[in-house]
Design a protein around this ligand. Structure first.
Ligand SMILES: C[S@@+](CC[C@H](N)C(=O)[O-])C[C@H]1O[C@@H](n2cnc3c(N)ncnc32)[C@H](O)[C@@H]1O
Length: 276
């Protein structure tokens, strides 16, 4: 079967370092866990038969859920087709600003919300996902006249893959998700990056600061003690080296594509931490 690919461009997406990551994936494991799924680059590459995926971003997880339902999936695709035709700056802002009226927004069907999320991801500046303090999506239009709002073939492959396998979709905090992992399972942890200088970190209304990195390291240790195989990626910073000093830290070089200012592109050192 053809392999599915991420259907959204996501900050911190791992498509560029997928070959490096693959080198460290254990040969065998029971269930696959990814508590910070984002675009799911490694998840789709591995295409596990049993998986638990999670992200705190509810608009994103709504898309994964809609993808699993035949009827909702078809309705979402029909909307995306029409958005491709309607695409222009005015239409973009009209759809983007639907979340300004929370009462109305909450009444939208889940497939309409999913189509909105995919369209905004493709038509916004640099594929960013950023919300303000009120939870309103505030990324400007990318000003491109032609937008492929989605890759129809890939969406179908994603839809089929999610339907034919045992994939549990959650929308909660990473710690809650990882309580379910058992001995012999494999967990891939790809949290928001630890930052030395201030840069893009706000994926959702809640940020992910140093205390969150420390909480995550405690969860990593607990998983290790339970006999779960754990792989984590992050920046090569002093904090990350300190937090994971008892494990295997592999340094790799990676290109980062999404940056809040559109500048600062270049090679950034990343680490992959494994407990096996
Ligand atoms: C680096 S991205 C993951 C990228 C993904 N591996 C990919 O290939 O696209 C980090 C993700 O963590 C999510 N996130 C932030 N805080 C979280 C939390 N406390 N629990 C679960 N997910 C969280 C963000 O919404 C974001 O999608």
């Amino acid at each position: 079967m053809i392999k599915a690919k991420p259907f959204v461009k996501w900050a911190g997406g791992k498509r560029q370092i997928i070959k490096e990551l693959m080198k460290y994936v254990p040969e065998d494991y029971n269930c696959y866990y990814e508590p910070f799924i984002g675009g799911g680059a490694l998840f789709f590459e591995l295409a596990p038969k049993c998986a638990v995926i999670n992200d705190s971003n509810s608009e994103l997880m709504n898309v994964y859920n809609v993808m699993c339902d035949e009827d909702k999936y078809s309705k979402m695709c029909r909307l995306l087709n029409s958005y491709e035709v309607k695409n222009c700056e005015e239409f973009y802002y009209e759809l983007r600003n639907k979340d300004r009226d929370k009462e109305k927004f909450n009444k939208l069907s889940d497939y309409a919300k999913a189509a909105r999320t995919i369209y905004l991801n493709k038509a916004c500046f640099n594929g960013l996902y950023r919300v303000n303090s009120k939870g309103e999506f505030n990324v400007p239009y990318n000003k491109k006249t032609k937008v492929n709002t989605y890759d129809k073939e890939n969406l179908l492959v994603v839809h089929m893959y999610l339907n034919m396998n045992d994939v549990k979709i959650l929308n909660t905090d990473f710690e809650e998700t990882l309580k379910l992992a058992k001995k012999g399972d494999f967990v891939y942890i790809d949290p928001p990056y630890d930052q030395i200088n201030s840069s893009f970190t706000s994926y959702t209304e809640e940020g992910f600061g140093k205390n969150e990195q420390k909480r995550l390291a405690r969860v990593y240790k607990e998983l290790d003690e339970r006999g779960v195989k754990v792989m984590l990626s992050n920046h090569n910073t002093p904090l990350i080296n300190e937090l994971y000093k008892d494990f295997n830290i592999h340094i790799i070089e990676a290109k980062r594509n999404i940056n809040s200012k559109g500048t600062g592109r270049g090679k950034v050192e990343e680490v992959i931490v494994t407990n096996y």
